[in-house]
Design a protein. Structure first.
Length: 386
């Protein structure tokens, strides 16, 4: 509690709306303030770091008790930081205000890590206008969005466009997955009765194609029919009612099968390493998925019971004994084994990596992958697409 003795002044003018006012103490009191400047600045820092409810819980322990709404009001009252010239190394990326519907663009100074500005959308026109109003960027670190590449080429053509580490690694994983998919026949040992390819297998089995495969081929053909004529991706997205990312994936792949790569979950592939143990115990008469899950957990399995149950569902439905030879590696599992760090793999997985990378496997030792390149000013494709 601070007691102050200050002067109070009265206005002698009868027409004046303010009849009285008090002298302020510099650094301690402000007009209409409920707090002194020091705790107000402390709450502003808390609100900027934690936002409303978490900040209010921390403020109660400081102790400067306040509500979540009061913290948000403090943030809204902060003056906007004036943005002059753009940083020398500029970072551009999008973020979702409402995933799948509303997106914005955040601009960062890569050398300092500070936020420079936030744009209301992620279109090329908005970023182009911002770059022209704030010149000075020499290097632009961006994701693979073609809109950002077009904006940088238009507003600052002399700037060097580079990709961040996350997207470089993502590009590498996609390149490895495409390479493995090209040599997918090497993952399965050929037999005399085995068909030559997937099409022959379908003809032998007589199973019709699924609706998802048919729909994927139709969408791929419809996208390429417009994209090959020079129609922009945004226009194709609006005409076909597809997301821009989906249209971009179809437009940048030659076949529908390539467009399906990189989607789905890889968690199911973790149980592959324990297939020999599961099949052996199944043939011995143990068909309880919960008990089998408990046994392989002792061996190091970290998945759920549902994963084990789903893995054994095909064997249970067939009514036949489990095959002595476990299921061969899938494209996704082989890609995961190749791109994972050796120190993060278990011993059984390291054996699989050695078999995949051997000369008798995919022949990856003889492959020479083209390194991922960042998009230049004259490049039409996204970063690292080559």
């Amino acid at each position: 509690m601070i007691d102050l003795l200050v002067r109070r002044f009265l206005c002698p003018a009868a027409t004046c709306g303010r009849r009285t006012f008090v002298k302020q103490v510099d650094g301690l009191t402000e007009r209409f303030a409920r707090r002194t400047p020091l705790p107000r600045r402390a709450l502003e820092k808390v609100a900027l770091a934690l936002a409303g409810r978490p900040g209010a819980r921390l403020a109660a322990h400081l102790p400067i008790p306040t509500s979540a709404n009061s913290l948000l009001r403090l943030v809204r009252r902060l003056p906007d930081k004036h943005v002059g010239a753009a940083p020398r190394v500029l970072g551009v990326d999008d973020f979702a205000l409402k995933k799948g519907h509303v997106y914005g663009t955040i601009i960062l100074g890569m050398e300092t890590g500070e936020r420079v500005d936030v744009l209301p959308d992620r279109t090329a026109e908005t970023l182009t206008a911002w770059l022209r109003a704030h010149p000075g960027a020499e290097i632009v670190c961006r994701d693979r969005a073609s809109a950002y590449a077009e904006a940088v080429r238009t507003a600052c053509p002399d700037a060097i466009q580079v990709a961040d580490r996350f997207h470089l690694w993502k590009n590498l994983c996609e390149a490895v997955e495409k390479c493995v998919a090209t040599h997918r026949s090497c993952l399965v040992e050929p037999t005399e009765d085995a068909p030559a390819d997937a099409t022959a297998e379908q003809e032998v089995s007589g199973r019709p194609e699924g609706m998802r495969v048919i729909r994927r081929r139709e969408r791929h053909a419809a996208v390429h029919a417009l994209y090959d004529k020079g129609v922009p991706i945004q226009a194709i997205s609006e005409a076909l009612g597809l997301d821009r990312k989906t249209v971009r994936r179809y437009a940048h792949t030659a076949t529908p099968e390539e467009a399906s790569l990189g989607t789905g979950s890889r968690r199911y592939g973790q149980v592959h390493a324990y297939s020999p143990c599961l099949h052996r115990r199944w043939n011995e008469g143990c068909t309880d998925a919960a008990r089998l899950h408990a046994e392989i957990v002792e061996l190091g399995f970290t998945g759920s019971k549902r994963t084990v149950r789903r893995h054994l569902q095909e064997i249970r439905a067939s009514g036949k004994p489990a095959p002595d030879k476990p299921k061969q590696l899938t494209v996704r599992t082989a890609t995961w084994l190749i791109t994972s760090h050796p120190d993060h793999l278990e011993e059984v997985h390291q054996i699989d990596v050695h078999e995949v990378a051997s000369d008798d496997g995919l022949g990856l030792r003889r492959q020479k992958l083209t390194p991922c390149r960042s998009a230049t000013a004259g490049s039409r494709t996204d970063t690292g697409r080559r």
